[in-house]
Write a protein that binds this ligand. Structure first.
Ligand SMILES: CC(C)(COP(=O)(O)OP(=O)(O)OC[C@H]1O[C@@H](n2cnc3c(N)ncnc32)[C@H](O)[C@@H]1OP(=O)(O)O)[C@@H](O)C(=O)NCCC(=O)NCCS
Length: 178
């Protein structure tokens, strides 16, 4: 069963993510990061109510969300849990009206099975703009950028954004009224 995460799940989510992070498969997450982002998270529970996997969907822009912190307990890998968690992310993007779902990953084959395609990181400037500039891997990122486009969700690009992190300008109000 997949359900939205609650506060009680945080230590277990951290345990699963960091068990993979220790092997270099993903980035470590602190408890503070998990509490802050908890509303983005869902967990997979087995029949005994034990959390065996997690994922998060983070909104990047009007037409882009990211699958983050996808992790399945080692004992449960290869049983379709990862697929169900990504399907939850797809449903969530659709519910929000977001057409593109991206992932930065080493698991290219897994995401290809779920319909994602490899893209150039530069084709996702808003991701690079908002997160990659803060990431310790920034200049040496070896993760593969992948995107799934939800054809049934209408295009909605939102306000025009700067094309590269170097072109960042902070929006200012043209007319300030007291
Ligand atoms: C990647 C991960 C989430 C996959 O979860 P999982 O539960 O093992 O995957 P599933 O059992 O749902 O697999 C779905 C399909 O992908 C395939 N698959 C899964 N991992 C694969 C891999 N590494 N290479 C090729 N195919 C893979 C499965 O065989 C299955 O194919 P099928 O539907 O034809 O049978 C899990 O292995 C994991 O937690 N990895 C470590 C953390 C990580 O890398 N997270 C991704 C961060 S973006």
């Amino acid at each position: 069963m997949i359900r939205p995460a609650t506060i009680k799940d945080v230590p277990r989510i951290q345990e699963i993510i960091n068990s993979h992070a220790e092997l270099g498969r993903m980035l470590f997450k602190s408890l503070a990061q998990l509490f802050e982002d908890l509303r983005d998270f869902a967990v997979f529970e087995d029949e005994d109510g034990r959390v065996m996997g997690c994922t998060a969907v983070t909104i990047i822009w009007a037409d882009l969300a990211e699958v983050r912190s996808l992790a399945v307990d080692e004992a449960y890998r290869g049983r379709g849990v990862g697929r169900q968690l990504v399907e939850w992310c797809v449903d969530e993007a659709r519910r929000l009206g977001i057409r593109k779902l991206m992932s930065l990953t080493y698991e290219q084959r897994f995401f290809e099975k779920l319909g994602f395609e490899v893209v150039q990181k530069e084709s996702l400037p808003l991701k690079v703009w908002s997160d990659c500039v803060k990431c310790p891997k920034n200049d040496a990122c070896d993760e593969i950028a992948m995107v799934l486009e939800l054809e049934d969700v209408p295009m909605n690009t939102g306000p025009i954004a700067q094309p590269t992190p170097r072109g960042v300008s902070i929006p200012v109000l043209e007319h300030f009224e007291d």
